[in-house]
Design a protein around this ligand. Structure first.
Ligand code: 48F
Length: 270
């Protein structure tokens, strides 16, 4: 009698390969792809998943969370200004009030709860996956992404001649943080002009990032610090309320676009 059920090594591999390939094939088509699994991307995914949409997060690292794991200066604490602590309540993260309207939470606790809540909402994750390019159709509408296995970017060219693959979707959300990688791709083709983020000014930047969160190109929404890079807004450092509220707003905008697409396809099909 053994403690664990007897399973051969090959069965373990088959379980992984079969499950991975089924999911990969299913997510070749989705409603929304979010590029970047930091705080803004995770909360946008959670909201869209809760609303019943088929959502995929593409993350180049093998872990999710982006800058939300460590907060500022390796001190493992994150701060949020009122009213954004209400989102911590929604995902059951404990916090304390540091001064009036300023809250502090343990970053690993907040980040792991947010990741869990996003997965609980049905969002699927392709990690170690790098967004390389966009699919844009003749009507100038973003229609998907071109992705590759991310370690390929760190290999010398002589051994890394590996073509990427396309994934189709209806809406893309750029949640890649300070780099604004998705919007940057459109800038390279002169389809968009990015201003570059400004110096730190917490009071101004949080409001402005949430306010400017939205569609920057047909089918492409920016959220989180990518918004600051696109519109030249001040950076904000280790305070995360705007990331969470911007992610929520990005989800609302995406739902509006998806509803419009559904309405126009009903009209076209009579
Ligand atoms: O940087 P990140 O946490 O972005 P965010 O959600 O939040 C910003 C804050 O963490 C902080 C701040 C404000 O408080 O200043 O920096 O806007 O997460 C971005 C994620 O995107 C991934 C990256 O690995 C990170 O996890 N990412 C970036 N480029 C790509 C990507 C790419 N080309 N393909 C896939 N993932």
């Amino acid at each position: 009698m053994t403690l664990f059920h007897q399973v051969r090594e090959g069965e373990v591999t088959k379980a992984i390969v079969g499950s991975f390939l089924r999911q990969f094939e299913e997510y070749v088509y989705s409603d929304v792809i979010i590029v970047g699994g930091g705080p803004s991307g995770l909360i946008a995914g959670r909201e869209l998943g809760k609303a019943g949409y088929k959502v995929l997060i593409i993350e180049r690292n093998n872990y999710l969370g982006g800058g939300f794991w460590v907060g500022g200066y390796f001190m493992n604490k994150v701060t949020l200004r009122a009213p954004s602590q209400e989102i911590l309540d929604e995902v059951n993260v404990p916090y304390s009030e540091a001064s009036e309207g300023l809250y502090v939470a343990d970053a690993p606790h907040a980040c792991s709860k947010l990741i869990g809540a996003t997965c609980d909402a049905g969002v699927k994750i392709f990690n170690l996956t790098l967004m390389e390019d966009l699919i844009v159709r003749e009507d100038n509408m973003v229609a998907g992404l071109v992705v590759n296995w991310s370690p390929i970017a760190y290999l010398p060219k002589e051994v890394s001649a590996l073509d990427p693959i396309p994934l189709e979707t209806r809406v893309v959300i750029d949640a890649t943080g300070h780099d604004a990688c998705v919007a940057r791709k459109l800038e390279h083709r002169s389809a968009l002009k990015l201003t570059g983020e400004g110096a730190m000014w917490i009071e101004k930047s949080e409001e402005a990032v949430v306010e400017h969160t939205g569609e920057v190109y047909p089918g492409l929404i920016v959220t989180g610090m990518a918004v600051a890079t696109v519109y030249g807004l001040p950076r904000m450092g280790p305070t995360f309320g705007a990331m969470l509220l911007s992610g929520k707003r990005a989800a609302e905008v995406a739902i509006g676009i998806l509803q419009q697409i559904e309405e126009s396809s009903v009209t076209e099909n009579g």
